[in-house]
Design a protein around this ligand. Structure first.
Ligand SMILES: C[S@@+](CC[C@H](N)C(=O)[O-])C[C@H]1O[C@@H](n2cnc3c(N)ncnc32)[C@H](O)[C@@H]1O
Length: 258
């Protein structure tokens, strides 16, 4: 992963991204429609937002969450709704599971962070038994589907383009299809998932957007005037004022059979 993008604070992440993650994850699981009582791995589980949702909705026999960020894994371990999961610090590039040991490998909002997406998907396929599923969803980053795209765009306009994830191109629908097919997966399907989130007002969106790990340091370095200008530009892009704000984001999902 790009060394400059770090997810460290589980509770900040939870508000900034966990709420979005659960919304997309919910639509994704409806599409995936997996049976209950099977074995799962959640690759890049982070603070466990999606792991918890999976447990609640799918009732797996077992689930292992793997993420390289120790603080995120610690947060996940304390999540009451994910007590049934086993969480481990680990890397998508070398999953700490035996070949064919799960029925389903999944991953939420991670593929474009993998240092080498083909290797990461090959690893997900490796740990999945024949006939099991390998699936994922990830923000449509290049298409502006990332929930904080308006802030990214406003900062880019004043000459401070935020650092993208290492492989934003991997989130394109065609790229996902190729990744899945090249990993030897069959019956590959993709889907666009659009979700909405309600904020009490623009200020709440702004507060959350400005905690994003890539954006916070850039914003901290701006002068008060520049920061106020960015805030006005983001308000204009989101249509945000003093009243409630509804904002939508877009993810790309993919699934295939091992
Ligand atoms: C946007 S967060 C998604 C977390 C969680 N899946 C969710 O839906 O809330 C991206 C996660 O990818 C993880 N990540 C980054 N590089 C990774 C890698 N090489 N292997 C596994 N996970 C990785 C990060 O630590 C972070 O927790």
């Amino acid at each position: 992963m790009n060394p400059e993008i770090r997810f460290s604070n589980g509770s900040t992440y939870e508000q900034m991204m966990g709420v979005w993650s659960r919304k997309v994850g919910d639509a994704f699981l409806t599409w995936l429609a997996p049976p209950s009582g099977e074995r799962w791995i959640d690759v890049g589980c982070g603070s466990g937002a999606f792991t918890e949702l999976l447990i609640e909705r799918v009732k797996p026999l077992s689930i292992t969450g793997v993420d390289p960020s120790a603080p995120q894994v610690d947060y996940a371990k304390k999540r009451p709704g994910a007590a049934a999961a086993r969480f481990e610090v680990g890397d998508a590039m070398a999953l700490p599971l035996d070949t064919g040991s799960v029925d389903h490998a999944t991953s939420g909002l991670v593929v474009f962070f993998m240092p080498d997406p083909p290797r990461g998907i090959a690893e997900m396929a490796r740990v999945t038994r024949a006939g099991g599923t390998v699936s994922s969803y990830v923000w449509d980053y290049l298409g502006g589907g990332f929930p904080y795209h308006p802030l990214n765009a406003a900062i880019a306009e004043i000459g401070h383009p935020p650092i993208p994830p290492p492989h934003p191109e991997a989130a394109e629908l065609e790229a996902l299809t190729t990744l899945w097919r090249d990993a030897g997966l069959m019956e590959v399907e993709t889907r666009v998932i659009t979700v909405e989130r309600d904020y009490p007002d623009f200020d709440s969106y702004w507060q959350m957007a400005t905690t994003a790990p890539v954006l916070a340091p850039i914003l901290a370095a701006l002068s008060p005037d520049m920061l106020a200008g960015v805030r006005r530009a983001v308000a204009a892009r989101t249509g945000g004022g003093t009243g409630p704000l509804r904002f939508s984001a877009r993810a790309h999902a993919v699934k295939g059979r091992r």
